[in-house]
Structures are given as structure tokens and as C-alpha cells.
Design a protein around this ligand. Structure first.
Ligand code: IMP
Ligand code: MG
Length: 185
């Protein structure tokens, strides 16, 4: 792991809380039918999905929940371009209105691939919700239906997002600053 720090907070926990509520207001206004399934893409989405769900409670919306683990990153901070389903959903999603939830939309490959896969399995609709959107970094054409905050093309951690499996526990979004050799940590 390169020498780095995560001291710079880009989005604090109160901003996240407010934005989660406003995203949920949008989601619950839109059509979601009786067969509504929220699918979190692990591991990065676990905290965001939990907060979305708690907030949905205010609107009396009752989705089913499932999780899908895909991997596109090794321990590097650059996407490998290849997506593997490491752990699949358990439920049949034929006929369901699906809301895919992910931490961050970057190259777009993860969500483009997953959406396509679920539509092929017969989902009635597939929408997506991401906390963060690195809008300038797409390798494939993809836009989320609900996006919390735009972020610059920097590496970020916290609120579920990791750098080499660390920092998922931070309650805010922080920037990873890579230190030059000789800089004090
Ligand atoms: P995409 O397939 O390139 O859109 O990548 C989405 C996935 O890349 C996310 O679910 C994250 O796991 C990971 N990712 C992209 N950018 C970052 C970042 O800045 N910090 C942590 N993970 C990231
Ligand atoms: Mg992820």
C-alpha cells in the first residue's frame, strides 16, 4: 500500500444524512410497484443501503432486499475492466422493479453489466442509485437514475468505500491523499 492519509473530509456525515433523505423522497415518489427489490452491490453499498432503507420507512415503502457481490478492482485504485459475479442474489427477480444500489459510479462498468444481467433474467425494470458519481470517468455510457453527490476524479473512502479494504467505517467521505516519499505520514 502506498503511503497516504485520509484526513481531508469531502462530504461530512450530516450532508450525507440529508442527501440520503432527499434521494429517498425522489425514489418513493417514482413508480416502484408491489414487487420492489433493492439490490445492494457489495461490499461498498452496505452502509448506504441501510440508511436508504431506514429513510424509506418514513414513506411506508416496503422493498425486498438482496445483495450481489461483484469484483472489478484488485487492490489497485484503477479499474481492471473485467467484472465477475463473486456472489449472486438469492431471489428470483423476474417481473420485479429493481433498484440497484452502489457506493460510487466510476467507469460505469459495474452498473452497466449488472443492469444488463438483471434485465436478461426478466426484471421488469432496473433503476440505479449511487451515493457518489465520478462523472468525468466513464468508460461505458451509463447514468444513474439517482445520484447523491458528484465527485472529482480523486480516490475517496469512507461510508462503505475502501482503499485496499480499509476505511469503510468512516462516517464521512474522505479523500485519499498519496504522500510523496519523504513526506511525513
Ligand atoms: P465502476 O465499475 O468503474 O463504475 O466502479 C464502481 C466500483 O469501483 C465501485 O463500486 C467501487 O467499489 C469502486 N470505486 C471506484 N472509485 C472508487 C473510489 O474513489 N474509492 C473507492 N472505491 C471506488
Ligand atoms: Mg463497489
Amino acid at each position: 500500500m502506498r503511503a497516504h492519509d485520509v484526513k481531508e473530509i469531502l462530504i461530512d456525515k450530516e450532508e450525507i444524512r440529508q442527501r440520503v433523505d432527499s434521494l429517498v423522497d425522489e425514489i418513493s415518489k417514482d413508480e416502484h410497484g408491489d414487487n420492489f427489490v433493492m439490490i445492494g452491490i457489495l461490499k461498498g453499498s452496505f452502509m448506504f443501503l441501510a440508511d436508504l432503507l431506514r429513510s424509506l420507512h418514513r414513506h411506508d415503502v416496503h422493498p425486498r432486499i438482496d445483495f450481489l457481490t461483484v469484483s472489478s478492482y484488485g487492490s489497485s485504485t484503477v479499474s481492471s475492466g473485467k467484472i465477475d459475479v463473486v456472489h449472486d442474489i438469492r431471489d428470483n427477480i423476474a417481473g420485479a422493479d429493481v433498484l440497484l444500489v452502489d457506493d460510487i459510479l466510476d467507469s460505469g462498468r459495474t452498473l452497466a453489466f449488472t443492469k444488463e444481467m438483471l434485465l436478461k433474467r426478466g426484471a421488469k425494470s432496473v433503476r440505479s442509485c449511487v451515493l457518489l458519481d465520478k462523472q468525468t470517468n466513464r468508460a461505458v455510457e451509463f447514468e444513474a437514475d439517482y445520484a447523491g453527490f458528484p465527485v472529482d476524479d480523486v480516490f475517496v473512502v469512507g461510508y462503505g468505500l475502501d482503499y485496499d479494504s480499509l476505511y469503510r467505517e468512516l462516517p464521512h467521505i474522505a479523500k485519499v491523499t498519496f504522500l510523496k516519499e519523504g513526506d511525513a505520514e
